[in-house]
Unconditional design. Structure first.
Length: 306
């Protein structure tokens, strides 16, 4: 089985003089560089409408279009994994994902994922790309996700995500005292040396995060964050870039000299609290909220009592 991929981007002016495959790896960090090079060689990547070689040196400002097929990694097995379903109709499914649940099967995680659970919950989802999953949360981020139950809903949700009309709000516990609300507007791409991490990099994908203070606590600040883009690890990278990494973040945070309650929290303190979108058929605006999970609530209670 394959999934049809359609990607579009404009090469930043700052990338002028660099190889196309290098720039593509930063523009589309969710795909490996080898996969992108394969698509270039196959003629699936066009720059200003023309097929070019991977070693092509970009000028900056060009439009890049990718239309390619992504092979799916074999058949994903259905597994009886409990789901916290917050909404369900003929076209949509909204899930409150727990921390620790991986969204897609991959090397090292072929089973026990949200996709496996969805196929057990509704076997007909096998007819949709990735069982109807149109966006994702990191393994250790909890909260709301929407899943398509029909092809029409899948197409609508993908279009809404691309148009940035899906509203996503998160609650996050950041290290240190954040004095006031603000915004971080900084491009995000693959870290130049550590492929497991993302970073604020020149030539990365545009990314904008708004945040405001909900509560100040000993050694940290509870924030409400709103995304205007959906880059990998966006809130985690942006908050770390302004020296307020998320508590418990294994990639972007520090654990040195933290109060015991904070150093003992074993995952990034990030929860997808609110989700708003348009129904793919009726066009009505739908809105869901999911309260903080037990471990997050326990940490806040401990901090408030200290």
């Amino acid at each position: 089985m394959t999934e049809q991929i359609h990607l579009h981007a404009q090469i930043p002016a700052a990338a002028a003089g660099r190889r196309l495959d290098q720039v593509l790896a930063e523009l589309f960090p969710e795909y490996s560089r080898s996969r992108l090079q394969q698509w270039v060689r196959a003629g699936d990547v066009r720059v200003e409408g023309a097929v070019v070689a991977a070693r092509y040196k970009v000028f900056g400002g060009e439009r890049v279009d990718i239309s390619a097929e992504l092979p799916l990694d074999g058949e994903v097995e259905a597994e009886p994994i409990a789901l916290d379903v917050r909404y369900c109709d003929a076209h949509l499914l909204v899930i409150n994902k727990p921390a620790g649940l991986v969204v897609h099967p991959a090397a090292g995680n072929p089973r026990g994922t949200l996709q496996n659970a969805l196929l057990h919950y509704e076997p007909a989802l096998a007819a949709l790309p990735r069982a109807g999953i149109v966006h994702r949360l990191d393994k250790d981020t909890s909260g709301l996700m929407v899943v398509a139950r029909s092809l029409r809903a899948h197409q609508s949700l993908v279009a809404q995500l691309q148009a940035r009309t899906v509203q996503r709000q998160y609650q996050a516990l950041a290290l240190g005292e954040v004095t006031a609300g603000g915004r971080v507007e900084a491009p995000i791409g693959r870290h130049p040396r550590d492929r497991l991490r993302m970073a604020v990099v020149a030539g990365g994908k545009p990314a904008l995060t708004h945040y405001r203070v909900l509560e100040r606590l000993p050694g940290c600040t509870l924030l409400l964050a709103r995304l205007e883009s959906g880059r990998t690890h966006q809130i985690r990278v942006h908050m770390a870039s302004i020296r307020h990494p998320l508590i418990g973040d294994p990639l972007y945070g520090g654990r040195g000299r933290l109060p015991r309650a904070l150093s003992a929290f074993s995952r990034q303190a990030l929860h997808a609290w609110r989700l708003q979108l348009q129904h793919p058929l009726s066009g009505d605006t739908l809105d869901w909220e999911a309260g903080l999970p037990d471990d997050f609530c326990a940490l806040l209670a401990q901090l408030r009592a200290s």
